[in-house]
Design a protein around this ligand. Structure first.
Ligand code: 5GP
Ligand code: ZN
Length: 118
């Protein structure tokens, strides 16, 4: 069973912010911003590549509710899902990073030449 499935099953403790029948949100263990929450489907999905539109519909509303719960919907925040090796995905269970609580940077995604591909 994967790490986040164990968190879903409460075999590994986590700091839960919001939970319903299908989704759970908890604090990232290694936060990169004052607010850094992970929102995941309870069902195991490897990554965004495999997720269904139906799960995403529920996920969207759940993420909106998490933002409201921690009061960042007005100040702003960022939703990120890393996919595969180039995306930097370490945990192979679909998760959305919800980052906020301070002005976020947008300046250095890669050392490669951003104009080098097309
Ligand atoms: P990824 O790099 O796969 O997009 O993000 C995985 C995230 O999971 C990382 O930000 C990492 O800090 C977080 N993480 C890894 N293990 C645990 C854990 O056991 N508990 C919690 N709450 N977060 C974890
Ligand atoms: Zn899993």
């Amino acid at each position: 069973m994967c790490l986040f499935c164990k968190i879903v099953n409460k075999e590994i403790p986590s700091n839960v912010i919001l939970e319903d029948d299908n989704f759970i949100a908890f604090h990232d263990i290694n936060p990169k911003a004052p607010v850094h929450i992970l929102a995941i489907p309870k069902v195991h999905v490897d990554s965004f590549n495999e997720v269904t539109p139906k799960i995403m519909a529920g996920m969207t509303e759940f993420i909106q509710n998490v933002a409201q719960e921690v009061n960042i919907q007005e100040s702003g925040y960022r939703v990120i899902t890393n996919i595969g090796d180039n995306g930097g995905q370490e945990v192979k269970h679909l998760h959305f990073h919800i980052l906020g609580g301070a002005k976020l940077k947008w300046d250095h995604f890669t050392d490669a030449d951003p104009k080098g591909h097309f």
